[in-house]
Structure formats: C-alpha cells, structure tokens
Design a protein around this ligand. Structure first.
Ligand code: NAD
Ligand code: MN
Length: 345
C-alpha cells in the first residue's frame, strides 16, 4: 500500500468530538504507516432529522472504496421513530462485519506490572435480537410485542473461529463461551454447540486453547468479583454488548474501551461508548476509546508497531494521571488530553 484510505464517520454527539482526536493520533504516526487519506462521511440520527436518511448510500458506497474506517457513535432514540433505523447496526450487516472485538484492559500502575483486567469480549455482530424483527399485535388482553432472536450455525461458527484464533494468539489461551442454554436450549444451545465444535473442524489448530463456558448472568457476577479469570469471552450479540459495557466499568470508564467491527474484507474501529448526550458539546469527552480504536484498526490491518505506539502513548497518559477527562476523575478537556497523547506518539 502506498496510502491508507480511511473513512471517518463521526455521526452524532461526542462521536464528533472524539473521531477528530483519533484522526490526529493517526496523523502523528507520520511515515510509520502508509500516507493516510481521510474520507469524511455522514450518518446518524441528527442527519436523519435533517434529511430523512440516517445512512446515505454515498456513505456506504464510499466505505466500500476505503481500506478501513472509524465510526463515532449514534444517538438512537429509545422511542420508535418511523423510518429510522440505527446506521451502525445496519453498517455492520451491510459490510458483513461479523465480529465485534472489544479488548478491556486496565492500565497497570507501572509498565512491568500485570494489568488487573486483561480480557477480550468477542461479540457476534450480525444476528441475535439485533436482526430487529419486532412485531406488535393488538389482542383482547392488550398489546403483545414479539421479537425474533436469530442464531445461525454459520454466524456462530465464524465468530467461534475468530474467538479461537484470538485466544490461541494470547499467552493464556483461554476461551469462555457465554450463553444461557439452560433456558434457551435451542438458540443458545446452537451457539454453544457450534462454538464448541470449532476445534474439531480445524484439525489441531486450536488444541492448546482451553475451553470454559459460563451462563451469562453468572458471567457478569464473576466478571465483577474475579475479572482475572477471563481471557477471551465469546458471546451472542446482545450478551456481548452488555458484558463489554459491564467490563468497561472495571477499568474505570467507557471512555477507555475500544472495539473493531471486523469481517473477512473490512475493518471499522469504533469506541464502545455511545453518543453520551449528557456531556455532548462540553469538550470533556474522553478521546482515549477512539484513539485505541484507531490502534486496533491499524493492528488488524497488520500495522502492529504503529498501533503499539498509539497504545503506549495512551497508557503513559493514563498512568501519569495528571491530564485526564472528568470520567476518570480528572479536570482536563478533550483537547488537553489529545495534546498530551500526541506529545508521546
Ligand atoms: P453512552 O455510552 O453514550 O453513555 C453512558 C455514560 O458514559 C454517560 O454517562 C456518558 O457521559 C459516559 N461516557 C460514554 N463515553 C464517554 C467518553 N468518551 N468520555 C466520557 N464519558 C463517556 O450510553 P447511553 O447514555 O446509554 O446512550 C446514549 C446514546 O448513545 C443513545 O442514543 C444510544 O442509542 C447511543 N449508543 C450508540 C452506540 C453506538 O453508536 N455504537 C453505542 C451505545 C449507545
Ligand atoms: Mn453497547
């Protein structure tokens, strides 16, 4: 590659405050990566309110021409809005970004100490309840709502394979399958059984990965009591969403936790947090989740050393603890934290 075409979709709320920070961090890498070429793209609820479209075709078409992308966050209202559907949920499906990889890592007090939390939530990204097939019926006893929860062997196998690959590449090589098969024996049963069958289909490739499983509710409990038992956790879409937000609390803030949406042909970095309307426009959004998402994206493309540079710079700033946004107990603005990180890249 002579250049790296990166689509930027800040979308709503603090997405527009933190994606520019990620851009600056990537630019600071200089010639360590192919020359970045940024493509600014529109999506989101505010765009929907202005134009009637949350995810324009131009954005989707332009993303297909990019090498990778960074997505900020969308403000999806909790009430039903006719004609609106979350663009991030749609993009994951359209670009077939079937895995949402969410490393949750605490920063150790000194560089050589072990972090207290060091796990990856591997969340299935295309199905489960997020197929959004909901229906409302009026019955003689009032309204009745139903949702379809889709679990397929194909999606479970590919997310399972991705999870085994990630586990095999880590020192502990430990994988926990998260499910609720004791109640949902058909849907979660298929997920569990399919993930379990992955090593058999891969002739010895994953023989050294140790497999455990845990019901999702007790997984949250154990996550809070003994987070160090977890290495890689693989889960259906909704459980993975909830578990990763919960895990974020263990490391101090959602503003620290990055993710990538990955498929076989494309990767899109995305902070785990949402559009944070409570702090929008105040200039205090933590830019670290976005910068780490840029690092994850680069790592996924094979640029491990530049990704390390970004992560190291962030870790130093967190460890130093004097220039932090309020979510981490600091008093600094987004731009001050960004400047502090850029100095170290
Ligand atoms: P949220 O993640 O936006 O915020 C949760 C809490 O964490 C808030 O108090 C917020 O201020 C704080 N927070 C989050 N990111 C932060 C950061 N970078 N720096 C400092 N503090 C941060 O979750 P929510 O409030 O439940 O949802 C708000 C909106 O975001 C909703 O409309 C929801 O649909 C949307 N959302 C979008 C995505 C996405 O785009 N992938 C993900 C989650 C939520
Ligand atoms: Mn979420």
């Amino acid at each position: 590659r002579s250049s790296l075409k990166i689509g930027l979709v800040p979308a709503d709320g603090i997405g527009r405050e933190v994606i520019p920070a990620a851009r600056l961090a990537i630019e600071a890498l200089g010639s360590d990566i192919p020359k970045p070429q940024f493509v600014d793209l529109l999506a989101g609820f505010e765009l929907f309110q202005r134009s009637g479209t949350a995810l324009p075709d131009e954005t989707v078409d332009a993303l297909k021409e990019c090498d990778c992308a960074l997505f900020g966050a969308v403000s999806s209202p909790s009430r039903r809005v006719t004609g609106y559907s979350s663009p991030i949920v749609a993009l994951r499906k359209i670009l077939d970004l079937y895995a949402n990889i969410r490393p949750v890592l605490s920063v150790a007090p000194t560089p050589d100490e072990k972090p207290k939390v060091d796990l990856i939530v591997v969340r299935e990204n295309t199905e489960c309840l997020y197929v959004k097939q909901e229906e409302l019926k009026h019955t003689e006893n009032g309204r009745e709502a139903r949702a379809t929860r889709l679990i397929t062997e194909r999606a479970s196998r590919r997310i399972g394979t991705m999870a085994f690959e990630l586990a095999a590449a880590r020192p502990r090589k430990h994988l926990t399958i998260i499910h609720k098969s004791n109640v949902l024996s058909v849907t979660d049963g298929l997920f569990r059984e399919t993930v379990r069958s992955v090593p058999r289909l891969n002739e010895g490739r994953f023989d050294d990965v140790q497999i455990a499983e845990q019901l999702v509710d007790s997984a949250v409990y154990r996550l809070f009591r003994e987070p160090q038992i977890y290495d890689v956790m693989v889960a259906p879409n909704l459980y993975g969403d909830i578990l990763s937000d919960a895990a974020a609390a263990l490391v101090g803030s959602l503003g620290l936790v990055p993710s990538v949406n990955a498929g076989d042909n494309f990767v899109m970095g995305e902070p785990v947090h949402g559009s944070a309307p409570d702090i929008e426009g105040k200039g205090i959004a933590n830019p670290i989740a976005s910068i780490r998402s840029a690092a994850l994206m680069l790592r996924h493309l094979g640029y491990a050393a530049p990704a390390d540079r970004l992560d190291k710079a962030v870790d130093e700033v967190v460890r130093q603890g004097t220039v932090l946004t309020p979510d981490l107990g600091g008093k600094s603005k987004t731009e001050e934290v960004v400047a502090e990180i850029l100095k170290r890249i």
